[in-house]
Design a binder for this molecule. Structure first.
Ligand SMILES: [Cu+2]
Length: 581
């Protein structure tokens, strides 16, 4: 073995000197280690039958709220009654209609144009009650390849809706620790979303399916929707007290990659490992925005507000908006105290960016939103998919809107007090490319005894995510938004060597003695509170959270935290945590 590399016998994971390196990286760098590693490449990026290369770009407009996206109609005062249902929509003019799963607000979804088609508008301080009744097929169709090793009830469709970013009681969380079997045909999940300040400020949340072992499939099939929280400043209208664009000039952009079969169905590849259906990551060869393939957006030469969500299963986006000026004003946990100029937006799955975009210098131009490889230390096995959508800038302004980007905003920078306690949580990948392949937190399968953290209600804690794999994992915390404290480079190999167990390094072991440099500060776009944070290889990443519970909710309450690469979440990079009295 070359002097600067070490081969260790755990599955066939490879470990490099400055951090964990998976077999994928090892092969990519062309190191000749012979037939022992010549296993089938199970991370099949794109299936041979996929249609992406045959579809013309920019043929249809991007669906917008009220025009292709349904703004949910309440079934009572501050109450919504959804059913999960199967519909079919044509997502591109050269494709037959695609069967997909959707949240129906009772409207019948005639107003839904694409595969992403529902938005709830809520208000800080006003609780919302919602119900979700499963009206889907009883078992998965063949086109959605369930891996019954990972599910509680075989190939039954068991759904469960999670409000991503929601500050809610455990039994309203849509949480596989509380309801591991989810909800079957005809069953109804009922939830209360308090929308309580300050934990739920004006922000873009989303709700999506969280079925145990099937989140990747149910979200892929279409079960994802927007949940927009407003307050007295962020009214969504124009003018507004903040002085930012609103109305038709505030546009949600939900970006998802997909593959299609020639018959129009979504294509989800299966593993070529015997006995395994699950794949390590799902990547598309087509980009959808608000549920349409490679659409275009007409804008006026003025200031806009885009609410961007990475809704991909596994793809980390690095977006450029055709060279126009971008000012980010918020992220998952709401608006910041001031705008931050940005050149590109690097968003892992479930991360959001609230941005102001200035088209005033681009009248008459046609711009393309491009996706590039994310910069180091972000690491991902995604194949390239560079085109996202087209923006056609007109020459006429209907309503001028704000003339400047405001110097200050009514939101907040994250500034939690010092922690009462620090916890160390490891991220491990075991047996990659073998039948026993899984990922985990703290060396344990989901829910295995000893894996649950137990913070005390009302206290502040630091959680240190110690990445021992070769890839970036976007870690999502239910219940609490968090502050990014920083990322510290460390010798993952030596840490692992000193602390290994059969399924990786257990939790609770401080990696600080293995640090190889000082902690790097948070990125500019990590200024505010977040609910999903990139945990990069070669580093341990420290986040800080306060374990409050909604008013009237008493400890103990159990939630989960997990990787939001939903393939990883399903197998098995997730653990519960319990907020204790
Ligand atoms: Cu992951």
């Amino acid at each position: 073995m070359a002097g600067d590399r070490v081969l260790r016998a755990k599955g066939d994971l490879m470990w490099g000197k400055t951090g964990a390196v998976t077999r994928r990286h090892f092969l990519q760098y062309g190191v000749g280690v012979g037939a022992a590693l010549a296993l089938p490449l199970a991370r099949t990026p794109v299936a041979a039958a996929a249609m992406g290369g045959k579809l013309a770009k920019f043929l249809e407009p991007v669906p917008l709220p009220g025009s292709g996206i349904v703004v949910a109609t309440p079934s009572g005062a501050n109450q919504y009654s959804f059913t999960q249902t199967q519909i079919a929509r044509q997502l591109h003019p050269q494709l037959p209609p695609t069967p997909l799963w959707a949240y129906d607000d009772g409207s019948g979804l005639a107003g839904q144009a694409g595969s992403f088609g529902m938005a709830v508008v809520a208000r800080t301080g006003t609780p919302v009650r919602a119900s979700f009744t499963n009206n889907l097929p009883a078992v998965y169709p063949a086109r959605i390849p369930v891996d019954t090793r990972l599910t509680p009830l075989g190939n039954q469709v068991r759904v469960m809706t999670h409000l991503h970013g929601g500050f809610v009681a455990a039994d309203s969380d849509g949480n596989p620790s509380i309801t591991p079997n989810g909800f079957g045909p005809g069953e109804t999940q009922t939830v209360l979303y308090p929308n309580q300040a300050p934990q739920m400020p004006a922000s873009l949340l989303w709700f999506h399916d969280h079925g145990l072992g099937t989140t990747r499939l149910n979200v892929f099939a279409g079960l994802a929707a927007a949940y927009l929280v407003r307050d007295e400043h962020d009214t969504g209208t124009e003018p507004n007290p903040i002085g930012i664009p609103g109305g038709a000039y505030e546009i949600p952009l939900v970006i998802q990659d997909r593959q299609f079969n020639p018959d129009g169905t979504f294509l989800y590849p299966t593993s070529d490992i015997e006995g395994v259906t699950w794949i390590g990551e799902y990547f598309g060869d087509v980009m959808l925005v608000n549920g349409k393939v490679w659409p275009f957006l007409n804008v006026e030469p003025r200031l806009y507000r885009f609410r961007i969500l990475n809704g991909c299963n596994a793809r980390i986006l690095n977006l450029g908006l055709g060279g126009v000026q971008i000012f980010q004003i918020g992220a998952e946990g709401g608006m910041w105290d001031r705008p931050v100029p940005m050149k590109r937006l690097v968003l892992a799955p479930a991360e959001r960016a609230d941005v102001l975009v200035d088209f005033r210098r681009s009248p008459g131009q046609t711009l393309v939103v491009k996706n590039g490889s994310p910069p180091a230390p972000v690491a991902t096995p995604a194949p390239s998919l560079t085109t996202v959508m087209q923006i056609r800038v007109g020459t006429t302004v209907t309503q001028p809107g704000p003339g400047t980007v405001p110097a200050s905003l009514p939101g907040r920078a994250a500034d939690l007090p010092a922690p009462a306690r620090t916890r160390y949580i490891t991220l491990n990948e075991i047996g990659a490319e073998t039948a026993g392949w899984f990922l985990n937190l703290n060396g344990l399968h989901f829910g295995e005894a000893g894996g649950a953290e137990a913070p005390t209600a009302g206290t502040v804690e630091d959680w240190v995510y110690v990445n021992l794999t070769g890839d970036t994992h976007p870690m999502h915390t239910h219940l609490f938004t968090h502050q990014v404290i920083g990322r510290t480079p460390f010798d993952a190999e030596a840490y692992e060597e000193a602390n290994d167990s059969p399924n990786g390094v257990p939790g609770g072991i401080d990696p600080t003695p293995f640090a190889t440099g000082p902690m790097l500060p948070p990125a500019p776009e990590e200024r505010g509170f977040k609910d999903t944070t990139k945990v990069d290889p070669g580093y341990f990443t420290t986040i800080r959270g306060r374990f409050d519970l909604p008013a009237g909710v008493t400890a103990p309450q159990t939630y989960v935290h997990h990787c939001h690469i939903v393939e990883h979440e399903d197998n098995d990079m997730m653990q519960p945590f319990t907020v204790e009295p």
